[in-house]
Design a protein around this ligand. Structure first.
Ligand SMILES: Cc1cc2nc3c(=O)[nH]c(=O)nc-3n(C[C@H](O)[C@H](O)[C@H](O)COP(=O)(O)O)c2cc1C
Length: 365
């Protein structure tokens, strides 16, 4: 771990005594003002993975929501993340829901948020992405719709139009629980129409180098919805899935006094359901779609479980609140040891190792 990340981790107990949004604001400010090291520590080649023609130096990424406004992507890359996802950005800036809207569930190693896409809007986000030097690594952008929009699909088209030329990949967020009606867009006919419109928009603004387009889904889908989504994903030829967003479920095991705050639950209680969903979607799509596995990752073992369940890349957010920025280096070290222990030469070799993918029936024999 770099000395600076160690220093940041020493400040963690102090930050945890502040209201969560204040702590987050201070963390972003420290990152903007040069907390991160000037250069990343190089990753061992055994952790690299190539996807969509891009080389990720390691498979551990920062999940959407930490850097909603694309302010600290380079700093987070220098701290050791293999890639960073900015956003969610909506076409117009919006303030989000009234405070308090972010809660630490300390006893459960979890967070509940009902931020409601508070963000500076596409124009500001795009300007920041345009300013950053691309050579620093892989930065994706996550797009959403304004709460009060008259045309949902048009909002996503604006997101793709503004960000396709600037982002290394795009994520269509139809799974946040904090924007009324948003998750309805996951229904088969709606999602199919949406993806097709966005693929067309992408082709018109970035015909030479179209960034991969991924869909981020909720962990609260019914079996029928999961099957429908897998079919829609394969039929449209979307480039990948991000599994999963926060959950509206409240497991009976939660002990924190904030357990029943409305909003999306993330962190440790989300690990098992989001990993099971990753495995199911990997199986339903016959391992043909790259998956970014996210939900409750706090160790190398957790990241390894996501990969074995079918994730080619892994992301995290909530565990940073409890373990600090030094966690990234630890996860990479642990993951490397686990891959070596089991004889996998790379993360790619372990993708889906724990999932039985049914073979497609042989035709014409
Ligand atoms: C405070 C907070 C804000 C978030 N904001 C977004 C967001 O804007 N867009 C999005 O797609 N996901 C958002 N997420 C969800 C995360 O990207 C991730 O899917 C989820 O938290 C599960 O990962 P974790 O358990 O490692 O946090 C947010 C999560 C948290 C905790």
């Amino acid at each position: 771990m770099s000395a600076i990340a160690r220093l940041a981790d020493l400040a963690l107990p102090l930050l945890r005594r502040l209201p969560p949004e204040t702590a987050h604001r201070l963390t972003l400010r420290a990152l903007r003002s040069g907390l991160a090291p000037q250069r990343p520590q190089p990753d061992p080649p055994e952790l690299a993975i190539t996807l969509w023609g891009r080389r990720f130096p390691n498979p551990i990424g920062l999940a959407a929501g930490f850097d909603k406004n694309a302010e600290v992507a380079n700093a987070m890359l220098r701290l050791g993340f293999g890639f960073v996802e900015c956003g969610t950005l909506t076409p117009r800036p919006q303030p989000g829901n009234p405070r308090p809207r972010l809660f630490r569930l300390e006893e459960d190693a979890a967070v509940i948020n009902r931020l409601g896409f508070n963000n500076d809007g596409l124009a500001v986000g795009a300007a920041r992405l345009a300013q950053r030097q691309r050579c620093h690594g892989i930065v994706g952008a996550n797009i959403g719709k304004n709460r009060d929009t008259a045309d949902d699909v048009a909002d996503y088209v604006r997101g793709v139009t503004a960000l396709a030329p600037l982002a290394d990949y795009l994520v269509v967020n139809v799974s946040s629980p904090n924007t009324p009606g948003l998750r309805e867009l996951q229904r088969k006919s709606a999602v199919t129409a949406l993806i097709e419109r966005l693929q067309a928009a992408r082709a018109s603004v970035a015909p030479e180098h179209p960034p991969p387009l991924l869909l981020k889904i909720a962990p609260d889908l019914t079996a029928e919805e999961r099957g429908d989504l897998a079919q829609a994903a394969l039929a449209t030829g979307i480039d990948g899935l991000v599994i999963a967003n926060t959950t509206v479920a409240r497991p009976a095991s939660l002990r924190s006094r904030h357990a029943h705050e409305p909003g999306g639950l993330s962190g440790k209680p989300l690990f098992a359901p989001s990993t099971a969903l990753t495995a199911e979607m990997y199986r339903l799509t016959q391992g043909r779609l790259p998956i970014i596995g996210v939900g409750g990752v706090a160790s190398g073992e957790d990241a390894y479980a996501k990969i074995r369940a079918g994730a080619s890349l892994v992301q995290l957010y909530t565990a940073l609140v409890y373990h600090g920025l030094g966690l990234v280096a630890r996860i990479k070290r642990e993951l490397q040891a686990l891959l070596a222990r089991d004889g996998f030469a790379s993360p790619a070799a372990a993708v889906g190792a724990a999932v039985q993918v049914p073979r497609a029936p042989a035709h014409g024999r």
